[in-house]
Design a protein around this ligand. Structure first.
Ligand code: NAP
Length: 305
């Protein structure tokens, strides 16, 4: 039986935030620049409320300036774009994030494309998406896939964790077969490009894919970003696979309350997977840490890029 390592995203993210805080302090002292992140929230979606609160809190904790714009759900698309343009022109703002989802009457693509690509710390602007798609370095990589990749690279950095004979000099993930479940613009699609860049062989599955479990069985790395509670079972896995669970699903628990679970049935993977991220405490904390990393990069670029 394989002993499954639990990949501690919470600890990794905490360490990353500590490094970011030190770099922020250095940037302030040496260049007089305090990185600033503006978060725009439209309407009163309760899930967005929690996400934005966490982002604001962690932005302040690393010593950055946090600007929060709460806009009414009746705002028009053009009014919202005008707000984005104001932030594009504001020199104290280095990163701009528009919290999704937006109300139905607003086209999210148009709003995101209004963000200056140099301030698009979510990496969703078409310029950044295109940069990633053609294998160039975009200004910013979307935060959740970036966090997944950091966890994977950190794990496979250790040659003992590489499941095959490693060719000397290759990148840490080179030659591994990764399957991504989910093809969303925010997770699945950017993840394809990131893994291709690491010389992985990539399979992508979605809701119309046949025999998903048979495809998963062939993979060294499984990334689940589906939004279906515990859909991936341990018996689907190849022995020794590394599992990154992006899913965040709230379900009823036996005590009558609710609990968070991922897209992977965690318990059934123990003893089969070589390593797995838990939910909560896996990918989730990495997402905000990567947002702060991108904001720091944006601020640094105003002096060195
Ligand atoms: P999404 O936009 O709803 O996309 C879900 C994807 O899963 C779609 O591509 C869909 O296929 C596919 N899918 C649905 N059922 C499937 C099935 N049975 N087998 C294979 N693929 C299936 O979701 P998302 O925004 O990418 O988010 C996915 C999950 O990650 C959610 O639980 C979300 O809460 C979580 N999430 C977590 C973080 C974090 O920071 N940890 C960040 C973002 C998202 P089709 O394209 O065919 O519909």
């Amino acid at each position: 039986m394989t002993e499954t390592k639990i990949i501690d995203g919470k600890a990794f993210a905490e360490k990353l935030r500590g490094e970011i805080a030190r770099k922020v302090a250095k940037l302030k002292t040496e260049k007089g620049i305090t990185p600033g992140l503006a978060v725009i929230r439209v309407g009163d979606d309760p899930a967005s409320e929690v996400y934005v609160r966490n982002k604001v809190k962690q932005t302040k904790e690393v010593g950055m300036n946090s600007f929060e714009l709460r806009l009414p759900k009746e705002i028009t698309e053009e009014e919202l774009r005008a707000k984005v343009r104001e932030l594009n022109d504001d020199k104290t703002v280095h990163g701009i994030l528009v919290q999704l989802p937006l109300p139905e009457h607003i086209d999210g693509f148009i709003v995101i494309d209004t963000i200056d690509p140099h301030k698009d710390v979510d990496g969703f602007n078409i310029i950044n998406v295109a940069g990633l798609a053609v294998g160039e370095d975009p200004y910013f990589i979307p935060c959740t896939p970036m966090g997944c990749l950091m966890l994977l690279k950190n794990y496979f950095q250790n040659p003992n964790n590489y499941p095959k004979d490693k060719v000397p000099g290759q990148k840490p993930l080179a030659g591994l077969h990764a399957i991504i479940l989910g093809r969303s613009n925010i997770v699945g699609k950017p993840m394809i490009q990131l893994l291709l860049k690491e010389d992985c062989t990539v399979t992508i599955a979605h809701s119309k894919t046949a025999n998903v479990s048979l495809l998963v069985k062939q993979a060294d790395i499984v990334i689940a970003a589906v939004g279906r509670p515990e859909i991936v079972k341990g018996e689907w896995l190849k022995k020794g696979a590394v599992v990154i669970d992006v899913g965040i699903n709230r379900i009823a628990s036996p005590d009558g309350k609710t609990k968070l679970v991922g897209d992977v049935d965690f318990q059934s993977c123990l003893g089969i997977a070589a390593a797995i991220t838990p939910v909560p405490g896996g990918v989730g904390p990495m997402t905000i840490a990567c947002l702060l990393e991108n904001t720091l990069r944006a601020a640094k670029c105003t002096v060195v890029c």
